[in-house]
Design a binder for this molecule. Structure first.
Ligand code: G3H
Length: 246
């Protein structure tokens, strides 16, 4: 049985004060048989981690560098996230790939580094609208997964969460139908199975792209979907709590 994981990705939103107000709004209401995670901007992480002590809310970052330290102005080292007790780090979100030149190769280095330092990576993948319309969805996603998981040791596979986020569904209000999402996610699991055999059944794969309280139950009801990575609808306490009811 794979434990569902609902993750909020706050992207570049909220001040420390707003983040703490959010935690106040959800505290004591998130318990259940689901892993609950918030991935916030770097400057909020320490305060959020402290504010969520004693709750089931886990805190994660949205990126990190793959080197331990060095002359990388403006980057954040894996050790700094360890220092803050981060549980997860998002790797290779499509916005990072599109605006900050993340490649499958850098994502792979980050996945391996996250595992090395003891933070669970959430590896993102997904196709553009053009790629979907050209029938290239599986090819695109397969490449991202095969390259992103290169050199991962079988014993570490379970620590990785995969997030399938069709780029055309992110922040657009257009959701892939639950069936469309499940179909691609089942294919992703097949790719992982080709690489790691039966261990693939232990890997949690989330869907992301305009998930909200109104559609979360249908999405989570699919056979291969184990969670959601949510942007817009993770920003308000009431919406976030709604995402946990599926
Ligand atoms: O990481 C989250 C995704 O980019 C989805 O964002 O829920 O605002 O569409 P969204």
């Amino acid at each position: 049985m794979r434990k569902p994981i609902i993750a909020g990705n706050w992207k570049m939103n909220k001040t420390i004060k707003e983040g703490l107000e959010f935690i106040d709004g959800v505290k004591g209401k998130t318990e259940g048989d689901v892993e609950v995670l918030i991935c916030a901007p770097f400057t909020l992480l320490k305060d959020l981690k402290e504010a969520t002590k004693g709750t089931n809310i886990k805190i994660g970052a949205q990126n990190m560098h793959f080197e331990n330290s060095g002359a990388f102005t403006g980057e954040v080292a894996p050790g700094n996230l360890v220092e803050l007790g981060m549980d997860y780090v998002i790797i290779g979100h499509s916005e990072r790939r599109e605006y900050f030149n993340e490649t499958d190769e850098t994502c792979n280095k980050k996945v391996l580094k996250a595992i090395e330092v003891g933070i669970n990576p959430i590896l993102c993948c997904g196709e553009t609208l053009e790629e979907r319309e050209a029938g290239k969805t599986i090819e695109k996603v397969k490449g991202q997964i095969v390259n992103g998981l290169k050199d991962v040791k079988p014993k570490d596979l379970e620590k990785i969460v995969i997030a399938y986020e069709p780029i055309w569904a992110i922040g657009t209000g257009k959701t892939a139908t639950a069936e469309q999402a499940n179909e691609v996610i089942a294919e992703i699991r097949n790719v992982v199975r080709e690489m790691f055999g039966e261990l693939a059944d232990k890997v949690r794969i989330q869907y992301g792209g305009s998930v909200k309280p109104a559609n979360v139950a249908e999405i989570m009801g699919q056979s291969d979907i184990d969670g959601a990575l949510v942007g817009g609808a993770s920003l308000k306490p009431a919406d976030f709590l709604g995402l946990l009811k599926f």
